[in-house]
Write a protein that binds this ligand. Sequence first.
Ligand code: WT7
Length: 634
Amino acid sequence: MGVYEVKSLEQYFKVYKRSVREPRKFWSKIAEDFVWYKKWDQILEYRLEEAEVKWFVNAKLNITKNCIDRHLAKRGDKTAIIFEPNNPEEPAQHITYNDLYERVCKMANVLREQGIEKGDRVCIYLPMIPELAVAVLACARIGAIHSVVFAGFSSKALSTRIQDSECKMVITSDGGYRGNKTIDLKGIVDEALEDCPSIQSVLVAKRTNTEISMKEGRDQWLQPLLDNVSNVSVAEVMDAEDPLFILYTSGSTGRPKGMLHTTGGYMVYTAYTFKNVFQYEEKDVYWCTADIGWITGHSYILYGPLANGATTVMFEGVPSYPDYGRFWEVVDKHKVTQFYTAPTAIRALAKQSTDWVTKYDLSSLKVLGSVGEPINEEAWHWYNDHVGNKKCPIVDTWWQTETGGIMLSPIAFSTPTKPTYATLPLPGVQPVLMDDKRNEIEGNQVVGSLCIKFPWPAMARTIWGDHRRYKETYFSAFPGKYFTGDGALRDEVGYYRITGRVDDVVIVSGHNLGTAPIEDAINEHPAVAESAIVGFPHEIKGNALYGFIILKETGEARNRENLTREINQYISEHIGPIAKLEKLQFVSGLPKTRSGKIMRRILRKIASKDTSNLGDTSTLLNPEVVSEIIENAV
Ligand code: WT7
C-alpha cells in the first residue's frame, strides 16, 4: 500500500491522475501488499449497465489472515481493540492481536461445530461488546456471511432482515447497556424468531446478567461452547468475489435492501482509504464512535483499521453518559490520536458548556473525522475550535453503505479543508455531476446529481436476492453510472459539497431512513387511511420526520393525542425508536398529481416552513388541500 500513500497535495494530484489513467495497475500495486493464497488472473471485469463488477478475478484469500494472522509476528502484543465499556467505572479491556487471534479462532470453531458452513448467513444482533467484533471476524474466517443488525432495531425489523437472507443462526446477548438504559436483546430476538423458520440455533453472550428464557434445542450460552474448543482454526480459502457480508440499508421504497459486499476488493479499499484519510501511524490510537451495526463500524472500526494493524477503540456507550464529557474523557484516557464521529453527536455536544471539553486533555488528537450527513458550518467550527484546538484537520468523509468505503474526503495533512465540503475524490474514485437530461455537467461552480462513473473495489455487488432491484436503484437513472441518490455542488476549485438526498430517503441523526417503510408501518394502524412522511431541518438531528396523516372516518372521532402516541408506537415496533415522528399533522387530504402521486416536494416545503414559493400547484388534483395543510401546519 505504501506506494500510493499520499503525503502532500501535490502528491495527491499525481496519485489521483495515475489512478484514473491506469486504474487496474493502480489497484494491483496496492493489492500486492496483502496476503493472498493465489493472486488474480485479472484485476477488473465489469459491465456497469448490467450492474456487474468483479475485482481481483480468481484471486484467493481470507480477510482475517490479513486483519489478524499476518500481524502476529510483528504486532502480537500490540493492542488491536480497546474496549471501553458503557460504565466508566468498569475497566477498559486491551485486546492484543494475539488475544484477538485466539478469540476469533475459538469462535470460528464454535460456529463450525454448530454446523455453520461457508456461504451460510449468520445474523449478529449484539451490543458494542468485544463478542461483536469477534463474531464478525469468526464468520469471515470460516466464510460464513455475516449480517449484523444494529441492536437498536425492533423485533419486526430484525425478523424481516433474518427472513430476507434466510439466516441459519443468530448471535446475541442477554442484554445490552446504553447510557442508563438496559436493553432486553434476548427478549427482542425471541419475539423476532417466532417468525423465522430458517434459524436453527441461537448463541447468547452474557453481558447484563439479565434473566432471560432459553429455548430448549435452539438457544445456548456462548461461553461454555468457547471453553470447549481449540484455539487455532484454519481460515477458509475464499474467492475475492465470495460474499463477505450483507448489511441492510433502507430504500426509498419497500423492503430494506440487503447490500452484499464481497471479500477482496472490500479489503483492499477499506485498508487503503483508512490509512490515507486518517494518516494512521503505528503507535496511534484510533477511535470511531459509530456502532458496528452500521457500515461505518464494519469498514472503519474493524476491517480497515485491523488490516493496517491499528489499535481501534470500541465504545459501548453514548456521548451523554454519565455526562456530556464522556467522549473527551475517553480521548484523554486512551490518548486517542484520530477521532471519527457524526455531525449529530457534534451538534448535541456543542449545545453543552465547553467546560465539558476543556476539563480534559485532548492534546493527543491529530485528526478529526465526520461522517453520515452534511456537517453544518457551526458544528464544523465548534469541532475545529474546541475539540481540535484549531490544529487538527477535519476529514469530512462522504460515502454510503453501498460504496463500502470513503469516496470523497480530504486526506489529512494534504488536502486543505473547507467547512461543509467533503472536498476531493479519493484516488480511484471518479465522481461526476449529472443534469436532469442525463448529461454530464462539465466544469466548476455547478450542481447536479452525484454519480460515480467507474467501478471502485469496495462497491456493493448486488442486493441480496434481488439483482434487478440493485440494477434499477443504482444503475438505471443514469445508465452506465452508479447513482448515489445525493445531490452535490462542485465549487470553483473542484471541491465537492454534498447538498443532501434527492430521493425519498431522510438522514435523521445520521441514520438513513426510507420514508416508505415508515408510511407502511403507520398505515397498519386501524384508524389511518393514508400517510406521507417527509424530512425537515432540525437543529440537532440534521433532519427530523414530519408526518401528514389522513384518518379513516372511524378514526376521526378518536382522541388525537392518543392517536399520535399509538402511531409512534407502531413506528417503534416496526422499525425502531429512531424513526419516530418529530411532528405529526392530521390532514383531510394529501396534494396529489393527476396520476395519483403524492407531491412530496410541496409537503417538504410546508414541513420546512418555507411556503413562499411552492411552485406550480395548478396541476394538482386537489389544490385546495394545500392551503388547509399550510394553515394547520405544526
Ligand atoms: C448517506 C449514506 C457513510 C456511512 C454512514 C452513512 C449521507 C454520509 C456524508 C457526508 C454529507 C453524507 C449521504 C449518503 N452522508 N456521509 N460526509 N456529508 N452527507 O451511510 O446510512 O448508507 O447513508 O449518508 O446522504 O447518501 P448510509
